[in-house]
Design a protein around this ligand. Structure first.
Ligand SMILES: Nc1ncnc2c1ncn2[C@@H]1O[C@H](COP(=O)(O)OP(=O)(O)OP(=O)(O)O)[C@@H](O)[C@H]1O
Ligand SMILES: [Mg+2]
Length: 359
């Protein structure tokens, strides 16, 4: 019997519907349930062929549980190693390599120093930063948001350097990104499951949460939807997420990827609505069953993204016989457009924004 588990927090509508859906298919030797843990011993099998993870971002014990499950062969959706490794700023850089437009973005050091660090810990950093270049390139208003986060927590719209300074002071030890605002004509949120099941949803982030998936206007064109479909697959395959949502803001006909690191995306019937909910339950069940059927005991059954696979391939030892032949040079495309580097700017802050970080 192959068991599919779903690991979740307080959410109920999606996990319960998922379990019901898988079990209603009557697949021979496949059963789904809510994951049950009564102990965790190192190197021990969890008994699950597949686990859908909806909560380990908030519960470190679960992340460790899933890594152990994975090394013992469980196909964990999403790959817990990759999820532990990436963050939104890196993902934006990867998007540029994948040819997907993203808003111009800079990374800001945390307002407060991390625990147990001293001013000497920051001797590699220019103090103050080259704010003039940053402001010039990003412009105002701009968005400031955590480089690793979700749920709209600590997402700020900032209107000028002083406003940025004031709001940055509220962010404690969070590492924030400062991002160009994309003033959009349309906005989309896209589910992507298994790197192939794609559901493009019109989304209006300016509405109240329960009305964000309710949009009255039609999409601007089929060509736009096709581009969004293509960009979504590029991002999810590059990152290696089996279950993700990607958000796009459309400006002048160009979809900019705003947020594409949502490995436990909202799937609650009350926010996404009945039609989207039914789609995501069905697609998740289809994919989990596929993974259960493909499961090979004791093997690595995780999904790894193009970034990791390319990195490993480029380090693969050449075979003895082929040493005479020329090694292949990587063919990674250069980033779409190089942005101005910090070196080019005059080191003069517009405001004393790094006062506290210069401690
Ligand atoms: N660069 C931007 N230009 C325009 N709007 C933006 C930008 N960045 C964020 N937003 C707005 O802020 C909202 C929240 O930002 P974002 O999605 O990046 O945060 P999040 O915490 O990851 O949210 P979620 O948990 O919904 O995925 C977006 O839905 C969008 O409406
Ligand atoms: Mg978002």
């Amino acid at each position: 019997m192959k068991k599919i588990g779903i690991l979740h927090g307080k959410e109920r509508s999606f996990p319960e519907a998922f379990v019901r859906e898988v079990n209603s298919r009557g697949e021979k030797d496949i059963v789904a349930e809510s994951v049950y843990i009564d102990k965790l011993s190192q190197g021990a099998s969890t008994g699950y062929s597949v686990i859908i993870d909806r909560i380990s971002q908030d519960v470190p014990f679960y992340r460790a549980y899933l890594k152990t499950a994975a090394i013992m062969g469980t196909a964990v959706i999403n790959n817990p190693f990759w999820w532990s490794a990436d963050e939104k700023f890196f993902n934006n850089s990867l998007a540029m390599k994948l040819g997907v437009p993203v808003p111009k973005t800079y990374l800001l050091p945390s307002y407060e120093r991390p625990d147990d660090t001293s001013p000497e810990s920051f001797s590699n950093m220019a103090m103050p930063l080259d704010w003039e270049t940053i402001y010039k390139e990003i412009g105002f208003p701009a968005y400031m948001k955590p480089h690793a986060g979700g749920g709209w927590k600590s997402v700020y719209k900032v209107n000028d350097p002083q406003d940025l300074f004031n709001k940055h002071a509220e962010t404690n030890q969070l590492v924030m990104m400062l991002q160009e605002e994309i003033i959009f004509d349309e906005y989309y949120r896209v589910y992507c499951i298994g790197g192939k099941y794609v559901k493009i949803m019109q989304y209006e982030p300016r509405n109240e949460p329960h009305l964000r998936y309710v949009v009255d206007t039609a999409p601007s064109s089929q060509a736009m939807l096709d581009t969004i479909h293509d960009y979504t697959l590029r991002l999810c395959k590059g990152l290696g997420y089996d279950f993700n949502t990607v958000e796009f803001a459309i400006r002048d006909g160009i979809p900019y990827a705003i947020d594409f690191c949502n490995p436990a995306p909202d799937a609650d019937i009350h926010s996404v609505g009945k039609e989207n909910f039914e789609w995501v339950v069905k697609a998740a069940a289809d994919f989990a069953i596929e993974k259960a059927k493909a499961y090979v005991a004791g093997k690595d059954n995780l999904t790894w993204g193009g970034f990791v696979r390319d990195a490993i391939a480029s380090h693969a030892a050449p075979k003895a016989k082929t040493t005479a032949s020329k090694p292949k040079t990587p063919t990674a495309k250069p980033a779409a457009k190089a942005t101005a580097t910090a070196k080019e700017a005059v080191a003069k802050p517009a405001v004393k924004a790094t006062k506290k970080t210069t401690k």
